[in-house]
Design a protein around this ligand. Structure first.
Ligand SMILES: Cc1cc2nc3c(=O)[nH]c(=O)nc-3n(C[C@H](O)[C@H](O)[C@H](O)COP(=O)(O)OP(=O)(O)OC[C@H]3O[C@@H](n4cnc5c(N)ncnc54)[C@H](O)[C@@H]3O)c2cc1C
Length: 385
């Protein structure tokens, strides 16, 4: 299999770090539904989670291609970056729209690892795909906002110091467009946890440290609002392309892991006195998944190229996420099937990676919503919802 040579030193470094955390480590975390604390600490210590933070604040000041390389290698090694990837894509909102004072207050701590920005509170029980229908409110009284409402699927809330929160600051019936009147806040969770902020873990089919969170008059200083009041939806949207790119990179990493694992097993496993990989019925699904992965990888590179040239490549970032998620899922199916009964045994890691890979058909944006985006914004078809 050909290897991506972009950022080879970073890829080598991440691969070496990941080798310290073999399948048995991830199996134990998965069995216990435990946060991979040691892995995240090692990644932080090595500076990888500060890759995209400007050097002036103590980070590595690298472009998004470096973030993509880091996340891809983690997934390709058999691990999972979901425990810590949010810092890379939520950071853009703070970098692009935060004030100098906010950057000075938070970025150095994030860069050295003493602060974590891993929680992203957008989705609510009644507003997943339809973000602007969210009901959580933030009411300004003096120089403090008071937040009331609920978020769901707020992943890593128990393992983060900061929460990037989207809430309505002007009621929906008082704004011209439903995308208006939403604001973004950076919440210091230690201050309010267990008081006006309640966090409840949600058990899921894979180990994802996700939660639902409840706000009961939760105070947030006005100084912690990012950018202008009422323009938060645009700030969150502007980070979406980065998120699509980084998640696509994870899917490419998963696809490579499944393809390499499937090929190795098919070469070794003998049935009827010959390797199962000698049968075209066994070869073709994995060869097709490889073709899908390579095509998705090219689209990802194109999205990264445009993004790093200062563009806002909505089409390419969405295409990359769609194609990469499909490629990883095709590879997951091929890999599980090739392993026969052993694909279902936890010690082979295939069933765990299979459960983990399925998420990307739904989150952070579902396949249908990407297709709707392409239909409406690229093909100029009427909006369907
Ligand atoms: C494990 C996990 C972690 C997550 N982490 C976070 C997080 O950290 N922060 C956060 O804010 N959110 C998070 N999410 C939420 C995630 O972004 C949403 O689940 C996702 O956006 C889909 O929203 P929904 O679940 O409400 O589905 P719905 O919006 O209810 O959609 C249900 C189904 O209907 C389809 N559908 C809906 N409308 C249309 C339409 N108009 N046309 C065609 N199909 C349609 C969708 O494609 C989907 O398949 C997470 C979710 C999961 C499962």
């Amino acid at each position: 299999m050909k290897y991506d040579l972009d950022h080879p030193e970073i890829r080598d470094g991440v691969a070496r770090l990941c080798a310290e955390f073999p399948g048995s480590y991830w199996q134990d975390c998965d069995r216990d539904q435990a946060y991979p604390t040691a892995f995240v600490a090692a990644l932080t210590q090595a500076g990888y989670l500060a890759a995209l933070i400007p050097e002036a604040y103590g980070g590595l000041g690298l472009p998004i291609s470096a973030g993509a390389a880091i996340l891809e290698e983690i997934h390709r090694s058999g691990g999972n970056a979901a425990a810590c990837h949010a810092q890379m894509y939520t950071l853009g909102t703070l970098l692009r729209h935060g004030s100098d004072a906010q950057k000075a207050r938070y970025l150095p701590g994030l860069a050295e690892g003493s602060l974590r920005l891993q929680a992203f509170g957008v989705t609510e029980p009644n507003s997943g795909s339809d973000t602007t229908a969210l009901r959580t409110t933030a009411r300004l009284d003096g120089d403090t906002y008071y937040v009331n409402g609920q978020k769901i699927w707020t992943s890593r809330a128990e393992h983060s110091d900061l929460l990037l929160l989207l809430a309505r600051t002007t009621p929906r019936d008082q704004v011209a467009k439903r995308t208006d009147g939403l604001s973004v806040f950076l919440v210091e969770m230690a201050e309010v946890k267990g008081k006006s902020l309640t966090i409840r873990p949600i058990r899921t089919m894979m180990n994802h440290a996700t939660t639902e969170i409840f706000f009961d008059d939760m105070p947030v200083p006005q100084a912690n609002r990012i950018g202008e009041a009422g323009r938060g939806f645009g700030y969150i949207l502007s980070g979406m392309n980065a998120e699509r790119i980084l998640i696509a990179a994870e899917c490419i990493g998963d696809a490579k892991w499944f393809i390499e694992t499937a090929s190795a097993y098919a070469r070794d496993r003998k049935v009827f006195n010959r390797p199962i990989g000698q049968n075209q019925g066994v070869q073709f699904p994995v060869a097709r998944a490889y073709a899908q992965m390579r095509a998705a990888e090219l689209m990802l590179k194109e999205a990264v190229r445009l993004y790093e040239a200062g563009g806002n490549p909505g089409e390419e970032a969405n295409l990359a996420k769609l194609l990469a998620a499909d490629a990883s899922w095709a590879a997951a199916e091929a890999c599980l099937q090739i392993h026969g009964g052993f694909g279902f045994a936890a010690e082979f890691d295939v069933e765990r990676k299979y459960r983990e890979a399925r998420l990307y058909q739904v989150a952070p944006i579902s396949t249908n919503l990407i297709l709707s985006y392409l239909a409406e914004h690229v093909l100029d078809l009427p909006r369907s919802y």
